[in-house]
Design a binder for this molecule. Structure first.
Ligand SMILES: *Cc1c(COP(=O)(O)O)cnc(C)c1O
Length: 378
């Protein structure tokens, strides 16, 4: 018998608004009767260069062993990470995507009723990870769309156990200078764990990158998370990692599922860590696409938030709360998938991932067409 009046689980779980990702190409093709080959997806900050060849070769070899469980300790990958970042394996936690790491740290460090701080417009997973374990989210007001570190500091109270910082942040693309992050870390009480989410760090020019691995050596309450989903091009394989001192790393590994990172992800990540060429091309095509998109958007008379990631947040409405959704829907009909961000409390914006030059062109043409059809003053 079906009864929709049944109520399961804690209130804080039922209160979660499910994560809505970028629409898959196949789904948009079905819904609008479009040729999937002609659809451009710029909605999930994926790498426009596609799956790296180095990873493809490694994955093909590893197919033969898929009847076996993955290495739950990821020995080879931890060795490769040690070589690249000079951190011991006891400082590393592997995740099923870095989202897994973001969630593990909440489960390991926060009890129901305890406080978690993150900024307005910060990455959506922070709120989800907090709510799933009954943590109390304290969302601090943004400054120019970015994190306001002094307000975040002053939000710390006796109940606070965790702070999430995204640098650069998604969906805003805002970036915090390393000296500001370092002085923030020095002021946070050591009983409060700080997660520094560096999903887009590989896109920053070298001079703008903080030496976050060094900060981990100085601050026992710091966890740095990185991903293979963006600049490394492995989003579909779900792999990311966290770096923290052994005490914190040990806690994360207690709540981690023993086989959370699959074998194909492990071999692909090992291969691509050495693929300096792919990483350099990712950064280069991104820098080029950023100029292409922002130049054109400026000429269209639209505002955008300067971005340090592989995406741009564009304002497509003025005092028009539904503009982001309407423009996204109109772009979908033209076969261009971007991300509306009303769920981030940014109802007048869209977020577009930076694609290949020809994809950016198709997006810009479609956006020009859609904006010319929007009601005047909208
Ligand atoms: C994309 C993204 C991640 C990475 O997610 P994965 O689970 O590693 O694919 C983490 N943080 C932010 C801010 C992101 O935008």
């Amino acid at each position: 018998m079906y009864r929709d009046s049944l109520v399961f689980g804690p209130d804080y779980v039922r209160a979660i608004a499910p994560y809505v990702g970028g629409r898959p190409i196949a789904e948009v093709a079905r819904e609008f009767g479009l040729d999937p080959e002609k659809i451009i997806k710029l909605a999930s900050n994926e790498n426009p260069l596609g799956f790296p060849n180095s990873a493809r070769i490694a994955v093909q070899e590893a197919l033969a062993d898929l009847a076996r469980y993955p290495d739950g300790n990821a020995f080879a990958l931890k060795q490769a990470l040690e070589k690249k970042f000079s951190v011991l394996p006891t400082w590393l936690t592997l995740g099923n995507g870095s989202n897994d790491i973001l969630e593990l740290v909440a489960r390991a460090c926060v009890q129901p009723g305890q406080g978690v701080i993150f900024s307005q417009y910060a990455f959506a997973v922070y709120a989800l990870a907090t709510q799933a374990i009954g943590g109390i989210a304290k969302v601090t007001p943004a400054k120019n769309y970015g994190h306001d570190l002094s307000i975040m500091l002053s939000a710390i109270d006796d109940t606070t156990r965790l702070i999430y910082l995204a640098n650069p942040n998604n969906p805003t693309g805002t970036w915090l200078p390393p000296d500001e992050v370092a002085s923030f870390l020095a002021k946070v009480p050591s009983r409060v764990v700080v997660v520094l989410d560096e999903a887009y760090t590989e896109y920053l020019p070298q001079a703008q990158r903080g030496n976050s691995i060094d900060w981990v050596r100085r601050f026992p309450n710091l966890l740095v998370s990185r991903t293979f989903s963006k600049a490394y091009g492995l989003a579909g394989l779900r792999i990311g990692f966290g770096v923290a001192q052994p005490v914190l790393t040990d806690l994360l590994n207690r709540v981690r599922q023993p086989f959370n990172v699959n074998s194909l992800g492990q071999v692909a990540a090992c291969a691509v860590l050495d693929d300096e060429d792919f990483l350099a091309r990712s950064a280069q095509i991104n820098a080029q696409g950023y100029v292409q998109i922002t130049d054109a958007v400026r000429k269209m008379g639209l505002e955008y938030v300067p971005s340090s990631g592989n995406f741009v947040l564009i304002k497509v409405g003025k005092q028009n709360a539904g503009a982001g959704m309407r423009v996204s829907q109109a772009l979908l009909k033209l076969g261009v998938i971007v991300r509306p961000v009303a769920n981030y409390d940014l109802p007048e914006h869209i977020r577009v991932s930076i694609g290949l030059p020809q994809e950016n062109n198709i997006f810009l043409d479609a956006l020009t067409q859609v904006m010319s059809q929007m009601p005047a003053g909208a």
